[in-house]
Design a protein around this ligand. Structure first.
Ligand code: COA
Length: 380
């Protein structure tokens, strides 16, 4: 036990601080490299499914066919909601933010999970699978209800991407839509010690339970500086479309007003986010395929303007927005979809945290007054 005070390091927003060791993710922000457990994101996006990536993050190696099938079967079996949670969804205001609904519903799921407070690695792994299986069911059920549509029950077969799109629309997605959406899930699954993952680990490091940590992570992801940016991106694209404004002028005026253009800039990447590069190609392909070239054109003009005016590059949220939109998904579901995928990264980090736990507890530099004396209440 140290007897002397540990020297303090000042880093606003914890920028550049290394808080822990992790085997999950490597990011080179200068080169634009992203690696999950040794595998490059371009390779994963091209050759793996979301379920394979979930397995990789949780278990440390890519699954063989039988391991993949077993995980898929477990996910499919967990695609149910406790009746009370389904009832809770039925009582939420229809105009509630889907992220707020998700946050509350995930917290409520804990109340109906007999294993919620079981800290064993086996129980936590089961809960990671359960959460990954149930978040899509929650989101689709809420979206259908607020649209006045009957729920589409989850199926006990098919991929997460297939089942989610089916529950959302009531129609079986085509192979191309399923593959596009599945790749989006792969791209969002993990990203090192980002704000929501850090929030999850901070909560987990107190030895609180997995549901509490994930609920906190959802709260962090909701913010527009983090996952909430994808909703703002779509709002911007829709406004440009509705008003017929020139995207270049639109962005320049926003910058002149000192406003942030969502979907640009990153704490770690100082070049193009590799996920954005993959998503950009997806926007181009979908725009062509669906005869909606305008979304690609607006996006590219905004991208070029931001690079020229501010030297800022798109992050994952910029091009994911038009992809989801062209898949027919409501803009306010974009951030919940991020959570639907990132649940795998959050839970992988929690499993890792609990293998070698230490409380996460930084310090604040006190800049308030000192030596004040308390005066009696009547004299203040
Ligand atoms: N639009 C306009 N200016 C931006 C910007 C954006 N999207 N992102 C950063 N900047 C500018 C800031 O205004 C600041 O300029 P200044 O030094 O003249 O004040 C400078 O770049 C540094 O920004 P800062 O907020 O300190 O960087 P950060 O590392 O803390 O922020 C983000 C990272 C992601 C929060 C920031 O880039 C941002 O707000 N982006 C928009 C939200 C978003 O897309 N989030 C999703 C991230 S995956």
């Amino acid at each position: 036990m140290a007897t002397q005070e540990t020297p303090l390091i000042q880093a606003r927003g914890l920028e550049g601080v290394v808080a822990l060791d992790s085997e999950l993710c490597f990011i080179d922000g200068q080169q634009g490299t992203l690696i999950y457990r040794g595998y490059d994101i371009f390779d994963l996006a091209r050759h793996t499914s979301f379920e394979e990536v979930a397995y990789l993050l949780w278990n440390g190696h890519l699954p063989n066919r039988s391991e993949r099938d077993e995980l898929l079967a477990r996910l499919q079996a967990e695609r149910t909601l406790p009746p009370m949670v389904a009832e809770l969804l039925g009582m939420t205001p229809e105009d509630a933010s889907p992220m707020a609904v998700l946050r509350s519903a995930v917290s409520a799921l804990a109340l109906f999970d007999a294993e919620a407070d079981d800290p064993s690695p086996e129980a936590n792994y089961r809960k990671a699978i359960r959460l990954t299986a149930r978040i899509p069911v929650l989101l689709a059920a809420f979206d259908r209800r607020r649209k006045g549509l009957p729920p589409v029950p989850p199926r006990k077969h098919g991929s997460t991407a297939f089942d989610f799109l089916h529950m959302l629309t009531g129609e079986e997605p085509g192979e191309a839509a399923e593959r596009t959406f599945d790749t989006c899930l792969v791209l969002h699954a993990e990203h090192g010690l980002n704000a929501s993952t850090f929030a999850a680990r901070v909560i987990g490091a107190t030895l609180s339970d997995i549901y509490s940590a994930v609920t906190g992570a959802i709260g962090a992801l909701k913010g527009p500086l983090h996952g909430g940016a994808n909703i703002e991106v779509m709002r911007m694209l829709l406004e440009i479309d509705r008003t017929g404004r020139d995207p270049v002028q639109y962005v320049k005026e926003k910058l002149a007003r000192k406003e942030r253009v969502m979907g640009f800039g990153h704490r770690v990447y100082k070049t193009l986010d590799p996920r954005a590069a993959i998503l950009r190609d997806m926007v181009e392909a979908l725009s062509e395929e669906r005869g909606q070239r305008k979304w690609y054109d607006y996006s590219m003009k905004i991208m070029e303007t931001m690079e020229r005016e501010k030297g800022l590059y798109p992050n994952v949220d910029f091009f994911s927005a038009p992809v989801y939109y062209m898949l027919g998904i409501a803009p306010d579901l974009f951030t919940p979809i991020f959570a639907m995928s990132r649940i795998t990264g959050w839970t992988a980090h929690l499993l890792e945290q609990w293998k070698d736990n230490r409380l996460i507890r930084p310090r604040a530099a006190y800049v308030g007054p000192r030596n004040l004396a308390v005066r009696p209440l009547d004299e203040r």
